[in-house]
Design a protein around this ligand. Structure first.
Ligand code: 3PG
Length: 395
């Protein structure tokens, strides 16, 4: 896809879609601003080139209703602090939910529209909203990789209208970086190529397993989803997570030489950080206990596979890493990826929980790339086309 480097933006009105959907605490304070940070190179490059910026994003799921809770106000404040540039936040009203008429873009400042989801027209990909947004643009830039799997007015819709009007539609630098890393891994990886999948439900990962398995050298499976494989192999899993609907699918993968599964796990009798931990073989999980983490033998075996890899993609934690007593397995994987990175391997962490784990455990700066997309990175690894990307101009 074309990027901002391929277009002339000096003196132009540039409309930029970013993903500022950041986590907030109950008071509305932003608890993790990595997505804002990640968009800064694009915004700075456009400002430096003399563009007049209008920036837009969704935040949370306000379901088409205007509310203070989902206002981009905290985001506007953080963006101003991080850039040192004046950010003029639009004012939402029933007639103009994004506040388009309340801000005027000007070079050297950022006009920030209100939450794109303050109207149902966004998620409905309503052509009327797309047309209204397209009027704000001489050039449209999509830097919202995290929202690229959504065909919404501010992603796919506006790009389609702009394109039809002959206006350039290009990717931002973050979008480009995400596509380079994830695409490079999936399309032409340096080998051995190892993928690591974890998280709770097998069903959520079936499309990604089906897409990646033919391409990887080894597929490591751990975390909550691992117990359904243990059950599929005919063993007791006690109170561990079971995705009963996926048992038959798991059975088809047992014995596949490319797949590495846990051999031991850390169990508890109650779901609590302080519960007594007993490590057992996955073939001997007591009926009254549940596994909350991979065991030490598994961690060593997985780390050894990762140590031999040239490309690693990781999506999904190995256990309940939010409980410090059950973070060891996830930490061992993060550590193995960090070592692999230092040895010249390309290591990519999918967004969502795995990105949060890597951050929490202190490995964020030791990976080649941590995706800002949760659902989007998963859909990319499933081999799906992302509508927000597809709508952009080809090189
Ligand atoms: C995300 O957080 O994955 C993106 O911002 C998309 O949000 P959504 O799942 O509400 O569409």
């Amino acid at each position: 896809k074309k990027t901002i480097a391929d277009v002339e933006v000096a003196g132009k009105r540039v409309l930029v879609r970013v993903d500022f959907n950041v986590p907030q605490d109950d008071s509305g304070a932003i608890t993790d601003d990595r997505r804002i940070e990640a968009a800064l190179p694009t915004l700075k490059a456009l400002l430096d080139a003399g563009a007049a910026l209008t920036v837009m994003s969704h935040l949370g799921r306000p379901k088409g209703k205007i509310s203070a809770k989902y206002s981009l106000k905290p985001v506007a404040e953080r963006l101003a602090a991080l850039t040192g540039v004046t950010v003029n936040l639009a004012t939402a009203s029933e007639e103009d939910p994004l506040g388009i008429g309340t801000v005027t873009p000007a070079p050297g400042a950022i006009a920030l529209l209100e939450n794109t989801r303050f109207t149902d027209a966004e998620e409905a990909n309503d052509p009327a909203l797309s047309a209204k947004l397209a009027e704000l643009a001489d050039v449209y830039v999509n830097d919202a990789f995290g929202a690229a799997h959504r065909a919404h007015a501010s992603t796919e819709g506006v790009a389609t209208v702009c394109k039809a009007a002959g206006k350039p539609c290009v990717s931002g630098l973050l979008m480009q970086k995400e596509l380079d890393y994830l695409g490079g891994a999936v399309i032409n990886p340096a080998r051995p190529f190892v993928a690591i999948l974890g998280g709770k439900k097998v069903a959520d990962k079936i499309p990604v397993i089906e897409n990646l398995l033919p391409q990887v050298d080894t597929l490591i499976i751990g975390g909550g989803m691992g117990y359904t494989f243990v059950k599929a192999a005919g063993f007791e899993i006690g109170k561990s997570l079971l995705d009963a609907d996926s048992l038959e699918f798991c059975k088809t993968l047992l014995g596949n030489p490319k797949i590495a599964l846990p051999t031991d796990c850390v169990t508890v009798s109650e779901f609590s950080n302080d519960a007594e931990r007993i490590t057992v073989s996955v073939e001997a999980i007591p009926a009254d206990r549940e596994g909350l983490d991979i065991g030490p033998d598994t961690a060593v075996a997985f780390a050894k596979i990762i140590a031999g890899a040239k490309t690693v993609v990781w999506n999904g934690p190995m256990g309940v890493f939010e409980f410090p007593n059950f973070a060891a397995g996830t930490k061992a994987i993060a550590e193995a990826l960090a070592a692999a990175t230092a040895n010249g391997a390309t290591t990519i962490v999918g967004g969502g929980d795995s990105a949060a784990a890597v951050e929490l455990l202190g490995y964020a700066d030791k990976m080649s790339h941590i995706s800002t997309g949760g659902g989007a990175s998963l859909e990319f690894l499933e081999g799906k086309k992302l509508p927000g990307v597809e709508a952009l101009d080809d090189k």
